[in-house]
Write a protein that binds this ligand. Structure first.
Ligand code: NAD
Length: 337
């Protein structure tokens, strides 16, 4: 490894967004240390970096991370992506979500505080737009926090922890609330969830797309390299202690995605607690950081389709298996309040 390069730690760097973050940091001359337990991520996401001397991969769990971990020694930037991202299973495994997304974040902060005590310039947390719950749109950073399910709560508690470490320990932190990230290497875990994984596998199998609700609901999809660039630009900026939305400010309907993919549809019941529209107001990050997305939705979907074979091994969902996977969701969130 070359001596003078700045050091970045990327937790969850074998995952979807984290692996793109690693690529961007290398392109900007960083030595990158990755911590990932491969629970949701895959080494294949880093295969193209096999002979890259500036990458160090450590398989490990943030829940066991020691404050004195050498991985964080003399670190300049920490990008904290490690976490459990599947939304639906959080209903049945709240303990795991809290342990990883909240207590795990405490451990990463402590390791960064110790290892980076003379060097740390920025700690950037991957928060989630799910904290806004059923919000008015377009949604601003100071809108009410109203998590609807344990995943959303755990990510928001993680954000509060990060900001608390700034208040108490003067850690230089930022929190970025990601809307719906999509792009190459998007998660293909066994859990039912993100629309891209579900639809791509169905397309490969020639099966109808299982559209939730009537498909007119919209999501503010944001391409993954734009997300990574937002994290990097925020880390390099002089803005600190800030929360920023990261979305395209351009919601797309699920039916629009179907139109781009082509094929038949079949409808499954809408899940309670899920918003009809997510829409990031991004004026703050535009103005303060100068960040704007660069990849539009049709281009992003087209790029992903080039890699569709990757979904050959992903689970193939149909209305029956989806009903089973979301049973607890309807049981707990579908009741009258
Ligand atoms: N993808 C999105 O649209 C989105 C939206 C909002 C927030 N986020 C957040 O961004 C982060 C990255 O999301 P992603 O979509 O790339 O998911 P991902 O599952 O691909 O990446 C998460 C990575 O964290 C690793 N990980 C999980 N538990 C760990 C543990 N205990 N110790 C070490 N590593 C662990 C996984 O193996 C995986 O590589 C997550 O924290 C997620 O909550 C993502």
């Amino acid at each position: 490894m070359s001596g003078a390069k700045p050091i970045a730690v990327v937790t969850g760097g074998a995952g979807f967004i984290g692996s793109h973050m690693v690529d961007l940091l290398l392109a900007n001359g960083y030595r990158v240390r990755i911590l990932d337990n491969l629970q949701g991520g895959h080494l294949s996401n880093l295969a193209h970096l096999q002979n890259e001397p500036d990458v160090h991969f450590e398989q490990g769990d943030i829940r066991d991370l020691a404050a004195e971990s050498l991985l964080f020694r003399d670190v300049q930037h920490v990008y904290h992506f490690a976490g459990i991202g599947d939304i639906v299973p959080s209903m049945e495994q709240p303990i795991d979500y809290m342990a990883t997304n909240v207590q795990g974040t405490v451990r990463v902060l402590e390791a960064a505080r110790s290892g980076g005590r003379h060097t740390l310039q920025r700690f950037v947390y991957a928060a989630s737009s799910s904290c806004y719950g059923l919000a008015a749109t377009p949604t601003l950073e100071d809108f009410p926090i109203q998590p609807q399910y344990p995943y959303a709560l755990s990510k928001n508690l993680g954000e509060q922890v990060v900001l608390h470490w700034r208040q108490v320990y003067d850690m230089p932190v930022n929190s970025l609330r990601i809307f719906n990230a999509y792009g190459p290497r998007v998660r293909t875990t066994g859990a039912y969830g993100a629309v891209f994984g579900v639809f791509f596998r169905q397309k490969l199998a020639g099966k109808p797309y299982t559209v939730v609700g009537d498909g007119t609901q919209t999501r503010d999809f944001i391409y993954v390299t734009d997300v990574a660039r937002a994290f990097y630009m925020v880390a390099c900026s002089d803005r600190e202690g800030e929360i920023y939305n990261v979305g395209a400010n351009n919601p797309q309907s699920v039916l629009r995605l179907v139109e781009l993919l082509g094929g038949e549809v079949i409808f499954v019941p809408k899940r309670p607690g899920e918003p009809d529209c997510t829409w990031a107001e991004t004026a703050k990050i535009n103005r303060e950081i100068g960040w704007y997305p660069q990849v539009d939705f049709p281009t992003g979907v087209r790029t992903m389709l080039q890699d569709i074979a990757r979904w050959n091994d992903a689970p193939l969902w149909d209305p029956e298996s989806i009903a089973k996977a979301t049973e607890s969701w309807f049981k707990y969130l579908g009741k009258e309040r």
